[in-house]
Design a protein around this ligand. Structure first.
Ligand code: NAP
Length: 516
């Protein structure tokens, strides 16, 4: 079925069958009426502001299509104002003593804890994420404020004796890079901001954040947290804009010589574009881009553990995570047993509005995402795959819902084995040998996360070294942690976030040669 045919099919769906909503789920603007973290203005230089031309865009609940709020549709004009505000604040923030910077971050962490339920609610309404996962993201996201509050106090340099001169020393200090632009996606609307902003603020960098069109409300809620924490004006800025203005706002951030760093999380094509724009001012850059994770199950694996791992790894956030299993490769000896156990689990998944706590899957973010999943399913089946569960749109729930789906006997050259699906489609391909599966796993241009299940110690060492990915889960399907460096190789990006290394992305090393 062609892209156009799928789109036409989607448009003809009737919407009010649309919701088998649990009674506790409110809809539209009523949904967030009592949420005091809801903001409908952007945050620049410590002030809540509209776009100069008063333009706004609507933010929708992807489960219902209802409008939740309208926020400023900003352009390069307001982006330049935000850069100016951040530049003015930069010197003062860089000189703020480490313990004070740490205390600001600790305050933000405490405020996020105190307001966690409201943050989770905003996230579920604008991203569609099941409420339990939104609560999990608040905790995960906040772990970066906590972690970098601690790391702020540990910023240090080095001093060395001169190798040949008696009265000379070398000193190496770490200084903040400067104003940092942070462009974030919709799939983790809170954690992608805290993972970047936590490190930047700790290092002494002021930030200008551009959140995704689909999820600006979470970003603005964090700005409310920054305001409550009394961060100095200009240190933390959020510029909201619609997809139509994203390119010009992005260009303004990338081409400005006052912005010294870009940290971007999103798709590989957009990342490449921004990478090239940043060349004009030779900016520091971190790119967290797309993945296409292999999930490999060897004959020696504990099958039940592997099935459980695959479920969490594949269906978390309705399959819309950059590290989620995209290509499931299972060795022939346990293939049938793994597939039948996985099919049972997939069929038991309950989906619907994210605010109904009994649902473990929500809608996809938008119509384009639904079209892509459908294309991948149809392509796999047209190349001989067997449909074991799901496979279709779920119009009775709303236009952006897709059934949790399992296809087996998927051809190696199927679309799903070549491209990131970003949806609730588990696609299983059979393999025979270790060499064969490593070559299939490494055959893609990206290299973010990879997973394998094995109980053979020698194989565990061999395979974890052979896989060309930045992060590897061995007998583990969920690997994100504030303690570990997050990032990819090849076309999945540049740089690492979180961990003891994440702060270095926002620091310059300065070498001072001292003579006395
Ligand atoms: P996207 O289209 O690249 O968008 C990401 C961000 O970039 C959004 O804020 C978007 O704004 C903005 N943007 C789009 N075009 C732009 C342009 N020309 N100039 C400046 N900004 C621009 O990605 P997405 O579809 O939202 O997110 C999903 C992708 O992100 C997947 O590929 C996923 O793997 C990846 N991801 C990676 C990680 C990681 O850590 N490696 C984490 C999460 C997601 P609009 O929303 O307004 O278009």
């Amino acid at each position: 079925m062609s892209y156009m045919m799928i789109r036409a099919g989607l448009r003809s769906l009737s919407v009010p069958a649309k919701l088998q909503l649990n009674r506790m789920v409110r809809t539209g603007v009523d949904a967030l009426r009592n949420n005091t973290l809801l903001a409908s203005q952007a945050y620049i230089n410590g002030k809540w502001v509209t776009a100069e031309n008063k333009a706004t865009f609507e933010v929708y609940d992807p489960a219902t299509g209802d409008s939740l709020a309208a926020v400023p549709d900003m352009t390069s004009t307001e982006t330049e104002e935000a850069i100016k505000a951040a530049s003015c604040a930069q010197n003062g923030w860089a000189k703020t003593p480490l313990k004070e910077r740490s205390a600001f971050l600790t305050k933000m962490k405490t405020l996020v804890d105190e307001n966690s339920e409201m943050l989770a609610e905003i996230m579920t309404y604008e991203s569609g994420k099941p409420i339990a996962e939104s609560r999990g993201e608040v905790k995960y996201g906040n772990s970066f404020f906590e972690w970098f509050a601690e790391e702020a106090k540990r910023i240090r340099g080095d001093a060395m004796l001169h190798p040949v001169k008696r009265d000379s020393r070398y000193m190496i200090v770490r200084q903040p890079v400067g104003v940092s632009a942070l462009i974030t996606p919709w799939n983790f609307p809170l954690a992608m901001i805290t993972r970047k902003a936590g490190a930047a603020l700790a290092a002494g960098c002021c930030v200008v954040i551009k959140p995704a069109e689909d999820t600006p409300l979470t970003a603005l809620a964090i700005a409310k947290i920054a305001e409550k924490a009394k961060l100095p004006a200009g240190v933390f800025n959020v510029v909201t804009c619609s997809r139509k203005n994203a390119e010009s706002v992005g260009e303004t951030l990338c081409l400005s010589s006052d912005v010294r760093k870009l940290s971007f999380t999103g798709s590989t094509p957009v990342g490449k574009h921004l990478y090239s724009l940043c060349g004009s001012t030779v900016k520091r850059i971190s790119l967290e881009l797309g993945g296409n994770a292999p999930f490999i199950v060897f004959d020696s694996a504990d099958v039940d553990k592997a099935v459980q791992g695959a479920m969490g790894c594949k269906f978390r956030n309705t399959g819309q995570t950059c590290v989620c299993a995209n290509r499931i490769f299972v060795q022939s000896g346990i293939y049938n047993s793994f597939c039948s156990k996985l099919a049972e689990k997939v069929k038991s998944l309950k989906y619907g509005h994210g605010m109904d706590p009994t649902n473990s899957l929500g809608p996809l973010i938008n119509e384009r995402a639904v079209v892509k999943v459908k294309e991948h399913v149809d392509d796999a089946i047209s190349r001989g795959a067997a449909l074991q569960a799901g496979g279709h749109l779920a119009p009775e729930f709303g236009p952006n819902f897709f059934q949790p789906t399992l296809v087996t006997d998927v051809a190696v050259d199927a679309l799903v084995n070549r491209e990131e699906t970003f949806g609730p489609l588990a696609a299983v391909t059979k393999f025979e040998t270790e060499d064969e599966v490593i070559s299939m796993a490494n055959s893609v241009k990206v290299g973010l996360a990879g997973y394998f299940y094995s109980n053979n110690a020698a194989q565990i060492f061999r395979v974890s070294e052979a896989l060309e990915f930045g992060m590897i889960g061995v007998n583990e399907g969920v690997i994100s942690s504030e303690l570990a460096p997050f990032g990819g190789v090849k076309e999945s990006g540049v740089g690492r976030e979180g961990s003891m290394y994440g702060i270095e992305e926002y620091q310059e090393l300065k070498y001072v040669n001292l003579n006395f």
